[in-house]
Design a protein around this ligand. Structure first.
Ligand code: RUQ
Ligand code: CUA
Length: 647
């Protein structure tokens, strides 16, 4: 009630009202009128939903949930025969994951809007989403890894997408006592090359690091291009009760990896191929189908074999986020058990390396002298810093989980300029382009873990949410709360016009190379092959061809290969079959998809279109006659109202 009356009473004050979230101008700043488009896309990770959600900013409107690591019955992802291979791993078909950190591809350090990458944390995987179709088109499993968390961040020209293990594990993986962790477990940092032409991913090498936990990472850029930075914790190498035992050391490390040097080493024949099983799954836009290949070896690099490639920068108090400013000079360590933020200087680091300012080593990796690399500290800035983003105007914004706030501070002077509460317990934050040379510093999006009283209650679980702040002025201004799917971790934002112009409208029917495509109604047919029946079906407003099918028997395995003949934008059709133990298919114009049905009961069973496609959508239906096993009823179907006998 208070909110309503304040909003009303500030009406007419125009933009002169600076009362924060309650001024009347706030509504205008997020209001996107009906029919108008948002200025930015925000790709917000779904966390334990395993997916990636697409929102518009500033409105906070949800456009799409892209299925990535979890099956999605709405889109048949992981249910139809075409996409099942996408979820294959060395552990078999895995229908779920925990998706954390999306990152958009870059060219020359700027967002190019071709792909979004995102990591699966649980069964380590990296996925690539094609931003012409907004569909997951490639997933590569990461071997010798567990809790794939310091991922999936891209280098300046998308040379690599990088994945680091959170949990160290025995290398090679084997049956061994857990209390022999120290020295025997290793942490793999994986560099996945991305083909500049077609975006194909391939594991180029894995660096086998000491058995710490590798928490987050970011690439160098500009002057630090060629380097990658990873926060570590549990440098104690404890293996139980980590909340106590991994917080003993006053400082953990940021690992600085000169990947250019390692790339050169590897290109000259360095490294060792070791057996490792991992899945590489690729979806083809031509066949509308995915294939899964199990790969059998990976190239391992031991850091001490490449002198000058890996260093440790001491960083206080179990750092979480590892963030690099747009110039590439500053590396921010967000020490989650600290009140301070530690910032290292890239130039000082290079100098310290040249001057050999080392204070020791860990497993042969030099530890740089803290004072020789330290650029500054943001003092007493809040409690529990997690992540930092940049606006490209010399300011940084850090989330503080414990004190529930976003704090704005100045790069170089390290002074706090502003702080705004979040509701509540903020984890990540995102400025569009914040992980690039060119941030679009108009908004910051904070992603909160707990929302308690902010929304109508929905039982024991209340939605997680995002909050949007205007950051164009000296002071941040809270504009909007909106609910999110799952639990958002990182997000990636991009100006809409970079992506929208490339959005695909239809799949061209004549270009389809799907194995079971039916390009015209006249080609529709039903073919029996032993107890397998293949139905080659088409759909167009507002009927299926064939519609009535006879001669199916209990115990058959019936494949519905269904092609949507439409060649108009935004005209999908759906199909669902009574008793099918799978989802509907939702088929885009020009696309072919397949589901399998096991008829279990004799009778005449209907199927229908699930997507309201025309005024005669309710007429879009058909029947399958199911006879007892061994029946003499021949295969027969109707096309265009005429009965056809199968050849
Ligand atoms: S980690 S807060 Cu993946 Cu910070 Cu989410
Ligand atoms: Cu096709 Cu409804």
């Amino acid at each position: 009630m208070t909110v309503v009356s304040l909003v009303l009473s500030s009406c007419g004050n125009g933009s002169s009202s600076k009362k924060g979230a309650l001024s009347s101008s706030v509504a205008e700043k997020v209001y996107v009128a009906p029919g108008e488009h948002d200025e930015f896309y925000a790709f917000v990770s779904g966390g334990f939903s395993g997916q990636l959600a697409v929102y518009g900013l500033p409105s906070g409107r949800l456009f799409k949930v892209i299925p990535v690591f979890s099956v999605d019955a709405e889109k048949a992802y992981g249910f139809n025969e075409e996409t099942k291979p996408m979820l294959n791993t060395s552990h078999g078909f895995i229908p779920w994951d925990d998706s954390h950190h999306p990152d958009i591809s870059q060219t020359n350090g700027e967002l190019d809007g071709r792909y979004v990458f995102i990591n699966g944390n649980n069964t380590p995987r990296i996925a690539k989403i094609d931003l012409t179709t907004f569909e997951t088109t490639e997933i590569i499993e990461i071997p010798n890894s567990a809790g794939n968390h310091s991922s999936s961040f891209v280098t300046e020209n998308t040379e690599y997408v990088v994945a680091g293990t959170r949990f160290s594990i025995p290398f090679p993986q084997r049956d061994m006592p857990i209390d022999e962790y120290k020295g025997n477990f290793k942490g793999a940092l994986t560099f996945i090359s991305v083909d500049p032409k077609d975006g194909a991913m391939d594991i180029k090498f894995q660096i086998m690091m000491p058995g710490f936990n590798y928490d987050l990472s970011h690439p160098g850029r500009g002057k630090s291009h060629g380097w990658f930075f990873f926060t570590t914790y549990n440098t104690e190498e404890a293996n139980s009760l980590l909340e106590v035992n991994a917080s003993q050391n006053d400082k953990d490390f940021i690992a600085a990896i000169n990947w250019k040097k390692i790339e050169e080493y590897v290109n000259n024949g360095g490294g060792k191929k070791v057996p490792s099983r991992y899945a590489h799954n690729v979806y083809s836009d031509e066949t509308h189908s995915a294939t899964s290949t199990i790969k059998k070896e990976v190239l391992i690099v031991n850091p001490s074999d490449v002198p000058g490639a890996v260093y440790f920068l001491p960083t206080p108090k179990s750092p979480h986020g590892c963030d690099v400013d747009p110039t590439g000079e500053y590396i921010v360590g967000n020490g989650k058990l600290s009140a301070d933020l530690t910032i290292h200087s890239f130039s000082k680091m290079i100098k310290a390396i040249e001057d050999k300012k080392f204070t020791g080593e860990a497993y042969g990796i030099p530890i740089l002298d803290f004072d020789a690399v330290h650029a500054g500290t943001v003092k007493q800035s809040g409690l529990g810093p997690l992540h930092t983003e940049f606006d490209g105007k010399g300011n940084a914004y850090t989330t503080f989980f414990i004190s529930s706030e976003v704090v704005k501070w100045k790069i170089g002077t390290w002074e706090v300029i502003d702080r705004k509460p979040t509701y509540y317990s903020v984890g990540h934050l995102m400025i569009p382009g914040g992980n690039s040379r060119k941030p679009y510093g108009k908004y910051v999006l904070a992603m909160n873990k707990i929302t308690k009283d902010r929304y109508l209650p929905t039982g024991p679980e209340v939605t997680q949410s995002a909050q949007l702040y205007d950051i164009t002025g000296d002071k941040m201004e809270l504009l909007l709360d909106f609910p999110t799917i799952g639990e958002p971790h990182y997000a990636a934002g991009i100006p809409a016009d970079i992506v929208a112009k490339n959005s695909k409208k239809i799949y061209k029917l004549e270009e389809s190379k799907h194995e079971f495509v039916t390009k015209s109604e006249a080609d529709s047919k039903v073919v029996r092959d032993g107890n397998e029946v293949h139905i080659y079906m088409t759909m167009i407003r507002s009927h299926f061809a064939p519609d009535n099918i006879e001669g199916i028997q209990v115990g058959d395995k019936v494949y519905f290969h269904v092609t949507n003949l439409e060649q108009d934008y935004d005209v999908p059709h759906g199909i669902s079959m009574i008793g099918a133990q799978t989802s509907e298919l939702l088929i885009m114009p020009g696309q072919t998809e397949t589901f399998v049905w096991y008829p279990k009961q004799v009778g005449v069973w209907p199927f229908y279109c699930t997507d309201f496609c025309s005024a005669l959508h309710q007429e879009m239906q058909g029947y399958v006659r199911v006879s007892p096993k061994g029946s003499k009823v021949p295969i027969k179907f109707t096309l265009d109202g005429d009965a056809v006998d199968a050849e």
